[in-house]
Structures are given as C-alpha cells and as structure tokens.
Design a protein around this ligand. Structure first.
Ligand code: FCB
Length: 453
C-alpha cells in the first residue's frame, strides 16, 4: 500500500493542514547549553532502570545544532505545518525566575525560519519537560506550579505573538499525570492514584488559566490543548466486562475531556475512587472549561478491557490481543478505533474543530543501501488517514493531521530503541535519511491540486 487519497477527498483540500510533529526533549539534545536548566526527564534518565539502555537526552538528534538542516528537511516534505515544543527549562532561570534571552533566541531562529518559509508553526508549551526546580517543590502536585506555568505561557505568548499560528498548552496531560505520578514509568516517577489525579487536575487548571493569558497577547492565534486517547473496547458482552470498560474509558478519557468540554468530572470516578480525588477549589472547573479554538487528538492504538481479577487494585484490566497486527512497541494496529473514537466524541461532546496532532507507528527500521523500507508504517499511515477521512465525511470537523514523528528520536522510557520517524536518524553520524514513508508522504502532499503553502 502506498499513501493515496482521492483528489476530491476532504483531506486533499486547501483548508486541510498536513504536518509533522516533534517535541523538544526528544530531539534537541544540548541539555546544558546556554543556561538551560535541568528538567525532570534529565533527572529521570539518570535513575538506573528507568530508561531502556540508560539512554538520555544529552544529544538526542542534536537538533539544537542541526535545526537549520532539519527545517530544510521539513520543507522538503511539502508539509503545511510543523508541530514542535518549547523547552520550559530553556526559558526561565531557576535561580531568580528571570527570562533566559538565549533560550528565546534559539526558538526565535527556528520560528522565524519557519515563518519565512510559510510553514505554519504549531507550538506546544509543555511536552513533559518540567524544570526540575519546580519538581523539587512538588511539581504538578503543588498548586503553585499552575501559576508558574501561566507565567511561562505569558512569557512565550508575549514574545512570539502571532509568529506562532497555534498554541497548545499541554501535550497529553494523561501521560504527565498518570505515567508520571501514578504508574511511575515516566518522570518524575511517583506512584499513587491520588497523586495521578491531583497532577491531572493541576495540569488541566494550568491549561484553563493559561488560555486567556495567551489570547490576551495573541488575539489571532489558535489556542488549544492536545489529549491522547487509547479507547477501550470491552473483551466481551458480559455486564462485568462492559462495566469495567466504562470505568476504563471514564478514568482515562473522559476524566480529561469532560472537564474541558463540560466543566465537570465523570461522576462514576468520583464515586469509585472517592478516597483518591484531588483537591479542587471553588471555580476550578469553570476555569478548566474555558473556550478553546481546537482540540488536538493523539491516537496510536486501542485497548481491550475486562473486569479485574478479584484481588486486583484496579477496577479494570487490559487484555493483550495475540492474533492481530502490532507495531514494534507492542501497540495493536486498529485504525477503525480512530474512526469510532472521533465519531463517538463528536456525538457525546460539543467539540471545537479537531486536529490529529499525532499518529504514527514504531517499526524495527534498518538502513540498507541508503534506504529504509518501512512498509508497515506506510500501511499504518494510509489506514489511519482513511479513518480520518471517513470521520470527516460523517460530519466530524477535522482540520489537520500530523505524522508522529518527523524523525526517529528519544522515545521516553524506551530510549532510542523505538523508531517513530518517517525520517531515519543514524545516532552516530546524525545523518538523516528519508524512509519510504517520508517519500510517500511527500508524494501524497504534492499530489494535492492545491498546494497550501
Ligand atoms: C506520545 C507522545 C510523543 C511520542 C509518541 C510515540 O504519547 O506525545 O512524544 O512519544 O507518543
């Protein structure tokens, strides 16, 4: 399968945005350069056993030095937009809270260059790299971190204004809160449900308080948030499995989207996990329920859910699927789940326009004679684009699609062992090579009768 959409597909029209995405910690390296302070991920990487092969972000893709070549690469793909994140630790000085001009200058260079080339700039303010000095005071468990984020968002929006087309406050608060504070598999490596729920509330609140601040500085920019969804399907039609699946979806999906869209948390979770509920102050939920211009959705896979074993701590369990296709990171390939998710969310909520801000596959890629034949990724992208197309045809407003990722990079707890790029990175030489998927993506974008840029 190659990448192909009908010329009259809604995705092939001039108002649909195609892009590629990255995140600061995963590509930049140079993590002590020019006054950048330590982040929770720098510290987490130093802890034995936390990251595969004890990999860290010290060099990553060396994008800090190679950004200009990387923008050439992005432009060569023919994309309309590039989604990157700004590293908070590069911007605010930990000692006195002053602004690090060198940090801003680094992103000035990148953003000005993208503007000059007519590539729309989608910036994520927080893609998981909390400054360690804030974590030392409790991180996302401490309500003061909310204000620290709002101050940082103000610095960025006042400086870049509409040079940034789209501001995203947070990438995947589910991951920051639950993987970081409940399951201990991501930084900062804390472990309790109560902490996970408290961190989630503070992340959502920080979003809600930052949106009006960003708008004050950038009336024209698009402001939103990115959520990840791994929708749960019930393992059977038994009442117990169906109920467990409902709890799974309420806990993992609706706990995040419902307060954003409706200003309330799912009552099922409030009842079931009453002892673990976060501290919520009067007015918080109204703040979280602020109007946004778009919702970003990251989608990779689904989960199959069953009732838990009798002595389990959780109220649901995940059932591994054996006879189905998986990617190299062990995630089931299930494009219909993306279609169902989009139409379901559209039915339940009154959604703002949607961007698919991440979608992609990890493959065991090899560079052979200057080529990388990542057929599985090509098929994955094609199937998911068709799922998006189908949802659009059925009335879901979707304005764009970003492939994760521009290039192979530091895949968090998996280190460099998992490759998500459409461009191959040789970490020894830092050489970039377009994989078959990148060639196909470029062909697809160039086959549009309108070229957006
Ligand atoms: C998402 C993250 C992104 C990347 C992909 C594979 O959860 O936002 O940084 O790691 O998964």
């Amino acid at each position: 399968m190659t990448l192909k959409l009908d010329i009259d597909s809604p995705l092939m029209q001039a108002d649909f945005t195609f892009g590629v995405a990255t995140a600061a910690f995963q590509i930049e390296g140079a993590n002590t350069a020019e006054g950048r302070c330590e982040s929770i991920w720098d510290k987490f990487c130093q802890q034995p056993g936390k990251v595969v092969n004890a990999d860290d972000g010290a060099v990553a893709c060396d994008h800090f030095h190679l950004w200009r070549e990387d923008i050439d690469l992005i432009e060569s793909l023919g994309v309309d937009a590039y989604r990157l994140s700004i590293a908070w630790p590069r911007i605010i000085n930990p000692i006195d809270g002053s602004i690090n001009a060198k940090g801003l200058a680094f992103y000035d260079n990148i953003i000005n260059e993208l503007n000059a080339r007519n590539i729309k700039v989608f910036v994520t303010l927080y893609h998981w790299d909390l400054p360690q000095y804030l974590e030392d005071n409790g991180g996302w468990l401490n309500r003061d971190t909310v204000q620290a984020f709002v101050d940082y968002a103000e610095v960025i929006s006042a400086h870049f204004k509409e040079r940034i087309y789209s501001y995203c406050t947070f990438n995947e608060p589910w991951c920051s809160a639950y993987l970081g504070y409940q399951y201990a598999v991501h930084a900062p490596g804390k472990k309790s449900r109560k902490m996970g729920l408290q961190a989630a509330h503070h992340l959502l609140l920080a979003h809600g308080l930052a949106v009006p601040v960003i708008r004050r500085h950038c009336a024209e920019a698009q402001v939103g948030i990115v959520l990840n969804f791994t929708p749960g399907d019930s393992a059977s039609n038994s009442p117990a499995d169906l109920q467990a699946t409902q709890i799974y979806n309420d806990y993992n999906s609706h706990w995040f989207i419902q307060p954003l869209m409706q200003g309330s948390y799912p009552s099922s979770i409030e009842q079931l996990y009453a002892e673990d509920l976060p501290v919520i102050e009067a007015g918080d939920l109204d703040q979280i329920n602020v109007d946004i211009d778009y919702l970003g959705i990251n989608f990779y896979t689904r989960a199959v859910v069953a009732a838990p074993d009798s002595n389990a701590d959780e109220l649901f369990q995940l059932v591994p699927q054996t006879d189905v296709e998986h990617t190299d990171i062990g995630w089931e390939v299930r494009p219909t789940a993306l279609y169902t998710l989009l139409t379901e969310l559209n039915r339940i909520y009154s959604l703002p326009p949607i961007y698919i801000t991440e979608n992609g596959a990890a493959c065991d890629d090899h560079l052979l004679d200057g080529q990388v034949d990542d057929q599985q990724r090509c098929d994955y992208l094609q199937q998911h684009l068709l799922a998006v197309e189908r949802a659009v045809r059925e009335g879901v407003t979707i304005k764009g699609y970003f492939a994760w990722s521009l290039m192979d990079n530091f895949e968090w707890a998996e280190g460099y062992s998992k490759r998500f790029g459409i461009v191959y990175v040789d970490y020894q030489s830092q050489q970039r090579t377009l994989k078959k998927s990148a060639h196909n993506y470029r062909k697809l974008l160039n086959s549009r009768s309108f070229i957006n840029r």
